[in-house]
Structure formats: structure tokens, C-alpha cells
Design a protein around this ligand. Structure first.
Ligand SMILES: [Zn+2]
Length: 447
């Protein structure tokens, strides 16, 4: 029989409506899977972990992050998306072009271990750092070493278009790393998006993604470029399908948003980034009004923190602010306020759906993979627990993340990351950061 682990007597938020949530219950893990969820489970021979001071729930899911930027954390917090002194100018056109494969590797490791530390168990790595074939090998090695569940979304390097090698490299990576479905990594194509490249190229990239069986993930409706109606052109050409996740969508027209909904696409919101960097107003309500619930994404650690607590609070705060403002202005028929339960679903099961993994992860459902986190409730920032869902969404932070399991394997226990030498990683991060910054001529912000 496979290894068995029993998480005993926790507050269990399965986030599976058929199973429900419990103030006191157990979660049984067998091998890589969740075997059972409920009170007083019998589990002979299992290793028993006391969860009586824990909330046990599915791991958080991030549906879009440029993980290679891990070594550039907080480098652009006062920098907007567009303009002469901007994210596009500094990060993508100055710093990214000097990245060696080893810098992409270290950047990814930093981001991935940060994600695990924050209770994230699945991440979509939107990896538009693929300047050479070796960059893909380096990033995939980091993803494999981390132990996370991930979508490796191969991304065309922004500053190297056009590059005739890329299509062959994409086919090659698909064959070398993604022939098997029975692994933690799945394949995606991080398409440059029709706003930033000629229509024919966007079309050819989407066709290539479908040829190699890659999930498509694309930035659309981004700032000024998003108003050009380019997604509508793609839609009218019959290219929008249910295998695609649309990121931001901030400046899309209502017709374009409706096209996404009608064709079964999914939506990745990066609300803190969108608000602070000038992408446009997060379109949460425009999607909710049409029946499509968002997933959440960190996007860039150059600007925002790496955790889903920040994400959840940002999304619910903005929606409430806008709706209460309407109520105070005397408007009738104001839409329903989001609840904390909605936000917890956006950060878990909706993330699984957007990453094409809803049958695999995103809830504590027997038969799904055991991607589980335990959040401490005996810390001074959170006791006494009166409403566990409210506590996770509004009261907790990453200091409450005690344990993280992916496919039944512990990646963090007792508040400490396993399987990584953090002193070594820190040293690698500084060395790589120093190389990238000095080679590019970028000046770190003055203090
Ligand atoms: Zn992005």
C-alpha cells in the first residue's frame, strides 16, 4: 500500500461543495492522492500529523507569474507599465535581454521557493525569457527541483521578435519534456498576444500551441494597447477557444469580454499589479456580470508581493469599494458583493480551472492530488477563530503557513521550507542579480 498520512482534527475547508467544510475533521493522504476527508477517519498504519491547531485546505493557485523575475523583486515599485521610464522599458527591454540561462534558473528558484513558503502549490510560469534553447532547460530544471505543480508556459522573448528558431524550440521542448501526462509539469504557450505583434504572428503562435497540445495563456486588454480591438479580430477569425486563459483584460471592450465568455475561456486577474501599474481598472465585475469567475495571479514580483492573501484582499476590497460607492450614490440594482468564500474559491479551484487542472487539484476531493496546506491558528495574529473562511481571507498572512504538501510530498513543515539550502540560494540570488544589473547598465533605485 502507498504511504499514508493522516492530518488529524483540523478545521478542514475542503472547498468541495459535495464534501463541505468541518470545524473538526481529518484528511487522509495515500501516496500522491487525497483518499478521504471527514470526521474520525480510520487509517491504520498511517503517519498521524496533529492538525488541531491548523486550518487544512487546498493549496493556493497562481495562474500567471513571470517567475524568472524572482531576482528583480521590488525593483520597480515606483515604476508604471508604460512610458519612457517604465516596466516595459526597464524590465523587458533592459534587464531581460542580458539574462543567461543560469539567471533564469536562479530567478525561477527564488520565485518558486517564495511561492511554496506562501502556501502556493500550483503556479503557471509565464516564461517569456526564452532567448536560447538552454533557457528553457534551465527554467524547467528549476521547476522540477522545486517540487511544485506547475504549468511551464513557454514565452517568446519580447525583445527578440522575430526569431526564426522559436517554433522549432517550442516543438522540441514539447517532445523532450511533455510527452507524459503523469508528472507535476504541464505545458503551456505564453503567447505574445495580438496587441503587441502582427496578427499573422499571433495567429501562427496559437495554431502552434494547439499543434503541440499546449494550454494558451495570453495578455490582452493591457493599458493603451488593449484598446486597439485586436482580440476582437482574433475572435472574428474563430481563434478563441476553451483552451485559453486571458490575463488582465482591463481595457478590452464589453464585446471582447463577451467573446471570451462565449468561447469558454478562463480569466486571470492580477488586481494589485493592474491597479498600481496602470493597466486599467480590474474588470472583475464585467466578468462576474457575464458569469465567469476569475482566477488570481501575482504577475510580477518586481512590483507586488508573492502571496495570495494580498491578492484576495485586493480583489474583494476594490469590488466592495466600487459597489458601496454606487449604493451611496443612490443607484438601484447594484450587483452582489463578493464574499470571503468567493475569494477563497478564486484563489484555489478557479485557479485550477484556469490552469487546465480542475480534475487534478484545487479542492480537497478524494481522488484528486494531495495539494494541501495547513495554516496555523495558534499565532497571535489570528486566535480565536470565529469564522475560519474570514480568518484565512482577512486575518492571515504568510506567517500562518505551517505546512505545504504537493502530490502528498511535504515541501514545507513546521513553518520551514524543506529540500532547499536557503543560505546558498540567497548567495546565488545576489550573484545573479549583480550580474544582470551591471551587465544591463540598469541603476538600482536610490534610497
Ligand atoms: Zn504578466
Amino acid at each position: 500500500m502507498a504511504d499514508r498520512t493522516l492530518l488529524k482534527n483540523g478545521i478542514v475547508l475542503s472547498l468541495d461543495k459535495k464534501i463541505g467544510n468541518f470545524m473538526k475533521a481529518d484528511v487522509l493522504i495515500e501516496g500522491s492522492q487525497i483518499a478521504a476527508v471527514g470526521p474520525n477517519l480510520e487509517a491504520e498504519g498511517a503517519e498521524v500529523i496533529d492538525a488541531s491547531k491548523m486550518i487544512v485546505m487546498p493549496g493556493f493557485i497562481d495562474t500567471h507569474r513571470h517567475v524568472w523575475e524572482g531576482i528583480l523583486r521590488n525593483i520597480g515599485t515606483d515604476v508604471p507599465l508604460e512610458g519612457d521610464a517604465s516596466y516595459l522599458a526597464f524590465i523587458l527591454n533592459t534587464l531581460a535581454p542580458v539574462y543567461r540561462p543560469e539567471d533564469a534558473y536562479v530567478g525561477d528558484l527564488v520565485g518558486l521557493y517564495g511561492a511554496i513558503d506562501a502556501g502556493i502549490t500550483t503556479i503557471l510560469d509565464w516564461s517569456h525569457i526564452q532567448a536560447t534553447r538552454e533557457h528553457a532547460d534551465a527554467v524547467i530544471r528549476a521547476l522540477q527541483e522545486s517540487g511544485l505543480r506547475a504549468v511551464f508556459a513557454y514565452g517568446y522573448p519580447w525583445w527578440k521578435y522575430p526569431d526564426e528558431n522559436q517554433d522549432n524550440w517550442i516543438r522540441d521542448v514539447a517532445k523532450q519534456y511533455f510527452s507524459s501526462k503523469d508528472q507535476l509539469l504541464t505545458f503551456g504557450l505564453a503567447s505574445p498576444g495580438p496587441e503587441f505583434i502582427p496578427f499573422e504572428f499571433a495567429e501562427s503562435q496559437w495554431k502552434l500551441a494547439r499543434e503541440v497540445g499546449a494550454h494558451i495563456t495570453v495578455h490582452v486588454g493591457v493599458g493603451t494597447a488593449g484598446k486597439l480591438g485586436k482580440l476582437g479580430e482574433m475572435g472574428r477569425a474563430g481563434l478563441l477557444k476553451d483552451d485559453t486563459t486571458y490575463i488582465h483584460c482591463t481595457t478590452l471592450s464589453d464585446d471582447e469580454i463577451q467573446m471570451i465568455v462565449d468561447t469558454g475561456g478562463t480569466f486571470s486577474l492580477a488586481s494589485p499589479v493592474e491597479m498600481m501599474m496602470g493597466h486599467g481598472m480590474p474588470p472583475t465585475q464585467r466578468f462576474l456580470d457575464r458569469g465567469l469567475r476569475p482566477s488570481l495571479s501575482v504577475d510580477v514580483e518586481t512590483n507586488v508581493p508573492n502571496d495570495m492573501f494580498t491578492q484576495m484582499r485586493s480583489v474583494i476590497s476594490l469590488q466592495h469599494a466600487i459597489l458601496f460607492d454606487k449604493k451611496l450614490a443612490g443607484e438601484d440594482n447594484v450587483p452582489a458583493l463578493l464574499t470571503t468564500r468567493d475569494l477563497l474559491e478564486f484563489a484555489t479551484i478557479e485557479g485550477a480551472r484556469a490552469n487546465g487542472l480542475e480534475d487534478v487539484t484545487g479542492s480537497l476531493t478524494p481522488g484528486k492530488q494531495a495539494d494541501v496546506i495547513m495554516l496555523r491558528i495558534d499565532k497571535p495574529n489570528i486566535f480565536p477563530i470565529n469564522d475560519p473562511i474570514g480568518a484565512v481571507v482577512w486575518g492571515m498572512d504568510t506567517s500562518n503557513v505551517d505546512s505545504v504538501f504537493v502530490a502528498g510530498k511535504a515541501l514545507k513543515r513546521n513553518g520551514l521550507l524543506l529540500n532547499v539550502d536557503l543560505n546558498r540560494l540567497e548567495k546565488m540570488a545576489y550573484e545573479s542579480r549583480d550580474y544582470v544589473v551591471s551587465k544591463s547598465g540598469f541603476k538600482l533605485p536610490a534610497i
